[in-house]
Design a binder for this molecule. Structure first.
Ligand SMILES: Cc1cc2nc3c(=O)[nH]c(=O)nc-3n(C[C@H](O)[C@H](O)[C@H](O)COP(=O)(O)OP(=O)(O)OC[C@H]3O[C@@H](n4cnc5c(N)ncnc54)[C@H](O)[C@@H]3O)c2cc1C
Length: 375
């Protein structure tokens, strides 16, 4: 089995797949042949693209009902992985959702979608983040259960577990093309470092998932990538324990980071798959919007970056076998919630690939199948 892509999707799947396969081999008393798992990452390091550029938050209010169900399940997994390894992967950081007078409807929709949220007046929001300008916030909602995820530790843990369970993880090898031989039920894959054979391929190539499918002659899923910009602004008086503050109208978010303030214009600019870069005008917009919502003086951006968030047409992840091409499995379209949903998605995908049961509470896995996307 070849997994293409070494972001959080590919790494989490490699670990879950290799460990589940090990348990199945053991259960069979060694009668079941061990699965050979190879993960190919084109860049020189894992997590170089979307995964390495996220703001590493976990919020149970984000996304579709399916994404919220996957986030709840992933949170339990992340807690357990942290406890098992002795390195906690989650650290509490509340989210304060803010709405101006024109967007109270969006705030109410959020409160309905996540009963754990508590609606508060601007003064109560200010007790959590004292620099919020009361005239810019008509009402707010507090999500006490939100977390920061230690993405570096998470990736390292998945890499360690995958290799300990026998998976081979390789960087600096890009998939270029491949042909399916129905007689042998196997792919011959051509990479920039030579050929390899695989009975199945998992497309976990993030922004390039459609490009990978196209190179193998598989119909694309219709994914679109959008650029998102983040900067660390220099600011006085930033409290390290401030929450993540998110505008319900998707115009900005901010939180403390490394002695400065992490700011984003929450931009969503369509982009081809590429090594995304922050544009100065998007950084300026982020600083202006955050300055308008707060009493902070934001003097300059110390650093900035951008990354791609890749969505299927219905914005749900695509997980499952391709309906038209044997031997091709999708694990793509993780959108803006890939860090907080990958742990449960990887268990689901590993179970599907090995024909084992796995349930995520409140999730119909059919909603994620590639066929559902095409309809
Ligand atoms: C600014 C920003 C903020 C975000 N904040 C959050 C957040 O707070 N919480 C959250 O849950 N999510 C967040 N996300 C979303 C999250 O980062 C993504 O959903 C997730 O990282 C997607 O992971 P992936 O493995 O699918 O993609 P990627 O990390 O992009 O990995 C895909 C990999 O495939 C490789 N690849 C592509 N083509 C080939 C090929 N032909 N051969 C070999 N390898 C190939 C690429 O090099 C790449 O490394 C954010 C994203 C951005 C951009």
């Amino acid at each position: 089995m070849a997994i293409i892509g070494g972001g959080v999707a590919g790494l989490s799947l490699a670990a879950e797949l290799a460990e589940l396969d090990g348990r199945l081999v053991e259960r069979s008393g060694g009668l079941r042949p061990e699965l050979r798992i190879v993960l190919l990452e084109r860049e020189n390091q894992f997590g170089y693209h979307s995964t390495g550029r996220s703001i590493s938050a976990l919020s149970e209010s984000l996304g579709s009902p399916e994404q919220r169900a996957l986030t709840r399940a992933s949170r339990t997994i992340l807690d357990a992985l942290g406890a098992e390894s002795g390195t906690p992967l989650l650290r509490a950081r509340p989210v304060v959702w803010v709405a101006d007078a024109d967007h109270l409807g969006a705030l109410n929709a959020l409160l309905t979608a996540n009963p754990a949220l508590r609606g508060v007046d601007p003064a109560a929001a200010q007790t959590l983040c004292p620099v919020l300008r009361p005239e810019a916030t008509a009402r707010a909602a507090v999500e006490r259960t939100a977390q920061d995820v230690d993405v570096d530790a998470l990736q390292q843990q998945y890499r360690d577990r995958a290799t300990a369970a026998g998976a081979v993880l390789r960087t600096a090898i890009g998939l270029e093309s491949g042909t399916w031989d129905p007689g042998r039920s196997a792919w011959t894959l051509t990479t920039d470092r030579g050929e390899l054979e695989a009975g199945r391929i998992v497309d976990a190539a993030g922004p390039w998932a459609d490009a990978v499918a196209a190179r193998l002659g598989v119909p694309v899923a219709g994914l679109t990538s959008y650029r998102r910009t983040v900067a660390i602004a220099t600011a006085e008086r930033v409290g390290p324990a401030w929450p993540l503050v998110v505008d319900v109208a998707d115009r900005f978010y901010f939180r403390p980071e490394r002695g400065g303030l992490l700011v984003s214009p929450a931009d969503e600019t369509p982009s081809p798959p590429t090594d995304a870069e922050a544009r100065p005008q998007d950084v300026s917009v982020a600083m202006e919007r955050v300055a308008a919502a707060t009493t902070l003086q934001l003097s300059r951006a110390r650093t900035s970056w951008a990354g791609l968030r890749t969505f299927a047409p219905d914005r749900n992840p695509i997980v499952g076998p391709d309906p038209q091409q044997d031997g091709f499995f999708w694990f793509a379209g993780l959108g803006g919630t890939g860090i907080q949903t990958a742990p449960a998605l990887a268990r689901l995908a590993a179970a599907q690939l090995l024909g084992e049961p796995y349930e995520v509470a409140d999730l119909r896995p059919e909603a994620l199948l590639p066929r559902a996307q095409a309809q």
